[in-house]
Design a binder for this molecule. Sequence first.
Ligand code: LLP
Length: 384
Amino acid sequence: MNNNFPLKKLQNIRTPYYYYDMELLESTLKKVSEEARKYNFTVHYAIKANANDRILEMIRSFGFGVDCVSGYEVKKALEAGFGNKGVVFAGVGKADWEIELGLDNDIACFNVESVPELEIINEIAASKGKTANVAIRINPNVNANTHHYITTGLEENKFGINQWDLEKVTDAISKMKHINLEGLHFHIGSQITDLTTFRDLCVRINELQKWFISRQIYPKIINVGGGLGIDYNDPNQNPIPDFEAYFKIFNDFLELKPDQEVHFELGRSLVAQSGNLITKVLYVKEGVKTKFAIVDAGMTELIRPALYQASHKIENLSSVATEEKYDVVGPICESSDCFGKALSLPHTSRGDIIAIRSAGAYGEIMASQYNLRELPKSFFSDTI
Ligand code: LLP
């Protein structure tokens, strides 16, 4: 039983839907702000994690910038009232219209991932009589020790520019009249819980900085990306990630030059714990080893378990009876539509309300209409 949920109110809303704890979101953002401010670090919110209007409104009120990976995200960030000077735009495959959109809105920076992309940005900027600020996304070959689908900083990954190509890139930039090299960008992966990984990243960045400085290139901005993980097993115990330890690592290990800025692109750690997918038990069916609790949410509302074998804590909000083992599955016609196997839950019956926890990041935003389902609605603790 988790008394943090207003069960009576939740019961009256048609399931499945997302329910956001706005108090927790606010305290999380407050903590990030305070810890980043200690070192004068700049935080961009990775909007790909959650672009719900209410969530964006609160994030904007804390003065964060936005990290975008598509033209649609750039548009959304601007519409949501984030200033253009706080918008950075990454991604391996920016289409021409997306580059134009960024230039027309004078965004802060394009994080570029290849020489061909640089050439196109230079060409489009020239046609508009503008100069594009860019950061080179370098693939630092640091292992994030996370699920391979969300590892991005290894040489084998499609992201970033490998070290052996840097000479080519800096030569190319020096000949481009409409490109201004603002900084270096890194992002090694997501859901990183071993903080020593970030120390390894800092050490690698220091080495790379030396390479640039030996060529008289002084990057103004070091953007270290995002990736800080959250506690999916015990969201009640650890509702707010350890931002204090996280930022301290960068302060302790990054060797900064005078006036250099450190930027972060945090997504999951800002929003994950405030979101829950609320679903109702439709049927309980006997299985071979366990029972199946068939709920009305599926991989269409939360794809993370099916796609990354991710596990989210599942709580039955309606029952306090003795625990039994259940496979919690959705109604979608796919065997991977399973939220968890052999989970201990209090005796569960039709109509019980289930909370699938820590779903505020990469939950609602990754919903699909497969099986022609409706996209989930969202409700908020301060307005229900
Ligand atoms: N910056 C860049 C360039 C990124 O690609 C990402 C995430 C972030 C920042 C934010 O990372 P975060 O702080 O959220 O870890 N859908 C997957 C996660 C994909 C992450 C993609 N990139 C999931 O549900 O686990």
